[in-house]
Every structure is written in C-alpha cells, then in structure tokens.
Design a protein around this ligand. Structure first.
Ligand code: NAD
Length: 492
C-alpha cells in the first residue's frame, strides 16, 4: 500500500493526517494507495512555506527561472513513460493515451521556457518632456492550482510552468482520486533545481480547497473541474478578493453536415467520444446529424464501436475503465434510465480484457436522443455517446447554442463556406473544423464560454502569463530644475 502525503517546503510532509482517502487501480478495483487529506492547519503550513519561499523566487532572474523550466522540460521528456504509467495506474486511461497527456503537458512547459520573451513589458522614452515611462509584469505572490482527476499531469502543468516563469510560488491541490502524478511532478521540479517551497503539493478534498480559497496569503486561484464546483470556487475566491479563473464542465457537440465524409466523421466520433472512456472535458458527447445522414452515420459508428478493445490500460487496449466504482455507477444510471432514446450499442455487454473487479463500462451509443433528455442535458463524463437528429444547419447551430456549456464544438463538412459560417455562429471557446477535439496548441490558450469557464482569462499560453502577472507602470524624471505647480500634471 502506497502512502501519499503532501509536499511542503521541498520534501514530503512528516506529520500524521487526521483523514485519508483510498486510491484505486481502476482496472482491478483494488486499493493501491492512501492519500493524506489536509486540514486547515496543513493548509496554513503549506501556504506559509510558499509565502516564505516567494521573495527569493520573485527576485530570481528570468534566466534562472527559465533554466529551471528548461531542466524540468528535459527531465519530464526523459521520464514521460514513467509518468504515463503513474497516470494509468490511478486514472485507468490506456498507456498510449496517458503518453499523449504528457506530450501535451510538455507543450505548456515549452511555452513557459520561452516566457522571458513575452515578459518584456513596454518602454516609452520621452513620453513627456524629460519623462520616460516603462511598464513591467510583476508576479502575484502565492497562487493556488486546483485540478481534476481526468488529466492529473497535464492540467496542473497548464498552470504551474507559467506561474513559476512569472515568479510566483504555487500551491497545487490535485484530485484526491489520482494524486501520485502530482507527487511525481513535485519531485521532478525539485530535481530541476526549483528552490524548496516554491512548489507545494497539498492533498485533500473540499477542506483543502476552502482553506486555499479563504487564505489571505493566496493571491489567485486557477481551478479546473465540474461546473458546480467551478462556479462555487469562482464566487468564493473572488468574494475573498482573489483573482480566479475556474474552468468547468462541458457538453461538446460534433455537427455532421450532409456533405461530410461519413467515414472520417465516424472515426472522429468514436475517437473523441470513447477516448479516455469519455472522461475528457473536450470529449464529444453529442453528435448532431444534419439532414439525411443519421442512419448511415449511426451504422458506421456502431460498426467501429464493436471493434474497440476495452480493458486494462497496460495491455494495449483502446479504452480503459472509469476512474471509480461510484463514477461508473453514475454513468451506468444514464444507460439504465429509459428516456425513450434508441440504445444502438449497449456497453454493458462489451467483452472486457481485465480483472473482474475493475470499474468497467463498455462504449455505449444512443440514437434519436432529444434535447429534453437527461442523457443530453447532463455532462455524463463517461463512454456514452448520443446522436441527435436535426433537419438543417440552422437547427444544429441553435441546438449547440442553447446548451448552457460552451467548451468546444466541431463541424464536419466539405464546405469551406459552411465552416466559415459555423466559426462565426457557434457560441463556444474552441472550434474544430473536421477536428473533433480542438484543444489549442500550447502557444494559444485553452478555455470555454458560458458555464464552461468562470472568469475572463483562459488557461496556458499568452492568457496564462496575463493571469499570473499584474502590471506596474513606472514614470521617471531626472530633473535639473523644478518649480511648485499645483495643477494636474500635463504632458508636454
Ligand atoms: P470535480 O469538480 O469533482 O473536482 C475538481 C477539484 O475540485 C478536485 O481537486 C476536487 O478535490 C475538488 N472538489 C470536488 N468537490 C468539491 C467541493 N464541493 N468543494 C470544493 N472543492 C471540490 O471534478 P472531477 O470529477 O475531478 O473532474 C471532472 C470534471 O472536470 C468534468 O466536469 C470535466 O468536464 C471537468 N474538466 C474541465 C476541463 C476544462 O478545461 N474545462 C478540463 C478537465 C476537466
């Protein structure tokens, strides 16, 4: 049994936790670890260690900060397979998918390695007679990162590298369901030369989150998780005077126009619907078939789903288990509720290459789903794909835009004009044209609209540097003579 504890002051915490949580191997159902849950006293200890480490890191040169990030990038790249194994063992996603997660995380690290080029500020010589003005981005202080279970390495790394590049100290509160990836990252940062205390990992649940949200020495919070918690984190954190970006849940649509290549569309729907067992915030969960394509598209999707190998992520399967038994049961309840949709593929009968106690549910496909069904309204976050049918492009767009979420949406078409129109019409933060999971590359920023993001700043890339800094504008004069003048200073 693995003991997982906090990382405070550059080393594992040596105290005794009042509460712990079980960590499972989702492919076997076995308890493989026990993670400490922080109480308020541990939150205070963690924030105090970060606060103490902050001044030295704030004053560290850009060269030193980026050399630590470069070293971390090299270590992460060399150890990516090890990290993928850590992810699969607690999350359940297949190894290849976990490797993809690490690769995308590396993009965010690489962007931050080059942050000095973007942290230059501005300078105006002789803005007024004998007066120069310059501006520079300054760090915020101690910042909190609260992450979900579904990307235990990538989501923390959406924020940590940029926060560090900008000179902040970070307290990460990872998901209690798969906490080991965060430990792995903390150890790697220490090996890369990050001074003790600049990165803290605090494990736990709502108690730890509330502690960070209310702590007067935490300046900002980056949160990723479900919409109800994101809303709560945004409201509580901003009420406490913090800068907050809170990314929430999603219901991502894939609209298939009659002129689309249906094989391409079916491949995309299956890949984006069932990759990572549907536990991705950019998973496609609603396919909208426009015009006459519905029957043909559903047949092609069903044919591909039947060929998916479900099983232990270490055995070269296509799709792994769900993260916990409770989550599997919740997803299953949607399959079992008879709301009148047509169950085109029943995942409950899918053959599984894995232990009996694993948290299994095979890929499930519903056809003729209607917008009033819970199947469509809720974010299920599992291997359940719904097909809705509409007659026209306008109906499809109206359906997508009526949904309260606005993370991603994809259009499958052969028409450039339709694609261009979709880009303008659709109310989401990330759009894919014949791309089902349009996660922006690391030098753009990631974020949804509406209930998929609370706050005004997206994650990683340029928005990340904006979030983790505040500007200071300095006006300078070296006078050789002066007079008393009570008028408001004019620029001359
Ligand atoms: P979650 O909301 O249950 O948990 C997220 C974090 O909040 C965890 O660290 C958890 O410990 C903490 N938490 C949980 N309940 C809390 C509460 N009541 N009060 C305070 N803190 C609480 O989310 P999850 O199940 O870990 O992750 C899946 C969700 O995350 C999905 O909704 C998915 O769409 C979303 N997600 C969104 C994005 C995005 O970029 N928009 C990315 C990944 C995941």
């Amino acid at each position: 049994m693995k003991a997982i504890t906090h990382w405070i002051g550059g080393k594992p915490w040596s105290g005794t936790a009042a509460r712990t949580g079980d960590v499972h191997d989702p492919a076997t159902g076995e308890v493989t670890g026990r993670v400490d849950f922080a109480e308020r006293s541990e939150v205070d200890e963690a924030v105090a260690a970060a606060r103490a480490a902050y001044p030295e890191w704030r004053d560290a040169s850009l060269a030193r900060r980026s050399s630590v990030l470069f070293a971390f990038r090299e270590l992460l790249s060399a150890r990516k397979d090890d990290l993928a194994e850590v992810i699969t063992a607690e999350h359940g996603k297949v190894l290849d998918d976990a490797g993809g997660e690490v690769q995308r995380a590396l993009e965010a690290v690489e962007f931050a390695c080059g942050a000095p080029a973007l942290l230059k500020g501005g300078f105006s010589g002789s803005a007024s007679s004998g007066v120069d003005v310059h501006s520079a981005p300054h760090p915020l202080g101690v910042v909190g990162v609260i992450s979900p279970f579904n990307f235990p390495a990538m989501v923390p790394l959406w924020f940590i590298p940029n926060a560090l590049a900008c000179g902040n100290a970070v307290v990460l509160k990872p998901s209690e369901k798969d906490p080991s990836a965060a430990q792995f990252l903390a150890e790697l940062f220490a090996e890369a030369g990050l001074p003790a205390g600049v990165l803290t990992v605090l494990h736990g649940d709502k108690v730890a989150v509330d502690g960070l949200l209310e702590h007067p020495d935490v300046a900002a919070i980056s949160f990723v998780g479900s919409t109800p918690v994101a809303r709560y984190v945004y409201e509580t954190g901003t009420r406490a005077g913090k800068r907050v970006q809170a990314l929430g849940g999603a219901k991502n649509h894939m609209v298939v126009l009659p002129d689309a290549d249906l094989d391409v569309a079916a491949d995309a729907a299956v890949s984006a619907g069932f990759g990572s067992a549907g536990e991705r915030c950019m998973a496609v969960s609603a396919v909208v078939a426009v015009g006459p394509v519905g029957d043909d598209l559903v047949a092609r999707i069903a044919e591909r789903v039947a060929r998916l190998r479900v099983g232990d992520g270490r055995r070269g399967c296509d799709m792994g288990p769900l993260v916990t038994a409770a989550h599997r049961d919740k997803v299953l309840s949607y399959v079992e509720a008879d709301e009148g949709a047509v169950l085109a593929v029943d995942g409950r009968g899918h053959a599984v290459d894995g232990a009996e106690g694993g948290f299994w549910l095979g890929p499930t496909l519903f056809d003729h789903v209607r917008p009033d069904m819970r199947l469509y309204r809720d974010e299920i976050f599992g291997p359940v794909l719904s097909v809705l049918r509409v007659d026209t492009y306008d109906e499809a767009v109206a359906l997508v835009n009526a949904n309260p979420y606005g993370n991603g949406a994809a259009l499958f078409t052969a028409s450039g004009a339709a694609a261009r129109r979709f880009e303008a019409d659709v109310e989401v933060g990330m759009v894919g044209i014949n791309v089902p999971i349009p996660v922006p590359v690391g030098y753009y920023s990631f974020g949804g609209w509406k209930d998929s993001l609370f706050g005004d700043t997206h994650a990683y890339g340029p928005d990340g540097l904006h979030f983790f800094t505040r500007p200071k504008v300095v006006t300078t004069r070296w006078p050789t003579r002066s007079t008393v003048d009570l008028g408001f200073p004019r620029n001359t």
